[in-house]
Ligand binder design. Sequence first.
Ligand code: PGA
Ligand code: ZN
Length: 430
Amino acid sequence: MASRIKSIHAREVFDTKGLPTVEVSMLLEDGSSGLAAAPGGTSRGSSEPFDLRDGDQSYFNGMGVGKAIHNVNTEIAGRLKGMDAADQDAIDRALLELDGTGNKSRLGGNAVIATSLANAKAAAGARGVELFEHLGGGTEIPVSLANIMYGGPAYVGVAGTADFQEYKLYALSAAGPKDGYLRISRIYERLREMTVRNQGFGIPRLAQLAGGLAARFDSNEEPFAAVTALIEEEGYIPGKDFGFYIDMAATQLYEDGKYHLRADNQVLSREEWIGRIVDLCNRYPIISMEDCLHEDDWDGWVELTKRLGDRVQLVGDDLFTTNPVRLRKGIDMGAANAVVIKPNQVGTLTETFETIRIAKAAGYGTIVSGRSGELWDPYIAHLCVGQSLGQGKMVNCPAGGQHLNELMRIQDHLGGRAVYVGRSALAKFL
Ligand code: PGA
Ligand code: ZN
């Protein structure tokens, strides 16, 4: 077995938010190696695996990862050494068994995901193939989608900014990822100019680190109207050339059984809030809405899906946390019609593949996503193409970022075999 694991070593590195995280180097007997780190989130779903932190308040407010690193270097390394890295399923099963808890709380979800990803990379190296080829071998380049503005309490949290966490645009008529990014960048640039000119703007800490714009708006509707107008001014047709993808991250807006819209100075019941969402979708070219309702408001999700599910992609992120059990429950109930895929939300690659299989079999859309504390590593782009997911939240304006570059590299590598999925990924909603 050429791809037998020789050694595993974990160390501390810092994520893009400046917080410590676990990085794992895996070396195989044939000399191949894999390097991966646990990406950190900001608006985490409560069903995500346990993120093992040291709790020593004198070091990064308790966010140190010494225990998780120790677990990789001792127990995990001891258990996996000598195993075949090509068998991802067996590696991930061994990790789950060794942890022995339902939520990876003993070894740490961060220790487990970094090891699982490092293993896949080492195995791809041993095969002498690109990571996307190892992760499924798909050839589909996802529809162009990029973030143009941040908002919401977890990301921005500044009075006078809009309440929804991410405002993204699809470039529906673009010819590929680069063309799409250039088109969306143009709208982003116009939005930035407008906010500087008319309103002044601040870039709070998180939005700045994510490289994006946070702007002042007097209501939650105003950004939709402003961006739609800018699309028209640029000579494009809203709904045909561009459409919105909004992550409402509504768990962050939910308090005491109500949805608190600070930008609108309103507190809405679930029924009123659903009515507001439907109204927004009636008036603006909204194609996808993520986390419109609280992560445990299953009945609300079912109601919203009944009302909008045949014409809007309703995406569960915190709702499903990439978890097969939660996704199955949603499918059975008729909650949402698409799922965000974040490997570190469920903890291993094998579990991620299972969630993808379940989603595809049920006709649910699949949108791979990085985390806000994502590092240098564009593995998400490989997962998206390898598994033919068709959609990904991984590109930001103003700087396209490492995922855009990686998508272009993958496209280049595939050459004539690359298939740009484009708007067909969203056919049901156009
Ligand atoms: P994150 O979440 O900040 O936890 O990565 C992003 C999202 O809500 O999609
Ligand atoms: Zn989200």
